[in-house]
Design a protein around this ligand. Structure first.
Ligand code: 2AM
Length: 220
């Protein structure tokens, strides 16, 4: 019936608890502040502004609401596989449960700012089998390990939709898989910063951030 049709959410995902949201917001803002001042970053500024002019990264990326890691975008049932996902036993069993997400890297592109999430075997049970295969602009991502796209969007440039964050992450991981080492530009307190060209920066965290998160859904 019609009620059933509207009962699917906009998306399922892990929602970070508010205490850790504040910590991540602080850490990520500190990172942007530092990145902004690096000579290596200034050298590639043209990727961001189209000109060699300074950008204030903290202003450049707009926050996108409650921090979360999307597992399945359902679009209220209109997305392919939405119903099947909602009916999976693992999804039903885990709904409302707490998980510990591991944030292993931060990345910045001219479009998005995000945190990579390294999923455990248990968490991968909630990950859609085709998440890495749906991205037309990054066909090579189909051969990346399951869960490669998992991330938390931390901010988007003006006019950019958050779906872009996972696509940007897949682009960086595809370059890595193709053997591009990137240019290791800096040992920062948080970890090693690598540049992958065309405005793509990745900071591998020395200590992954452990983030408690509730598996649930968002209706909006
Ligand atoms: P995000 O997971 O990168 O932040 C609502 O738009 C949420 O669903 C956002 O969190 C967004 O991106 C995610 N989202 C939107 N469209 C999507 C899609 N086609 N595939 C996967 N996730 C999507």
């Amino acid at each position: 019936g019609p009620l059933e049709e509207v009962s699917l959410p906009l998306y399922f995902g892990w929602f970070l608890l508010s205490s850790i949201q504040d910590k991540i917001k602080c850490t990520s803002m500190d990172f942007l502040k530092t990145l902004d001042t690096l000579e290596a970053f200034k050298k590639h500024l043209i990727d961001f502004s189209g000109k060699a002019e300074e950008v204030d990264l903290e202003q450049y990326f707009q926050p996108t609401g409650i921090l979360h890691c999307t597992t399945k975008f359902c679009n209220y049932g209109k997305a392919e596989g939405a119903k099947e996902y909602a009916e999976k036993q693992a999804v039903k069993d885990s709904y409302g449960s707490l998980f510990d997400l591991s944030l292993s890297a931060l990345f910045v592109t001219p479009r998005t700012f995000g945190a990579r999430v390294s999923l455990t075997e248990e968490q991968l049970q909630l990950w859609p089998a085709d998440a890495e295969k749906q991205v037309e602009s990054v066909p090579a991502a189909a051969s990346l390990p399951l869960g490669s796209r998992a991330h938390v969007t931390l901010g988007c440039a003006e006019g950019v939709e958050p779906v872009q964050t996972g696509i940007d992450l897949l682009e960086i991981l595809t370059l890595q898989q193709e053997g591009q080492q990137g240019e290791q530009v800096e040992e920062m307190e948080l970890g090693t910063l690598t540049y992958y060209g065309t405005g793509k920066w990745l900071l591998n965290l020395r200590e992954p951030i452990s983030a408690p998160a509730c598996f649930s859904s968002f209706y909006g």
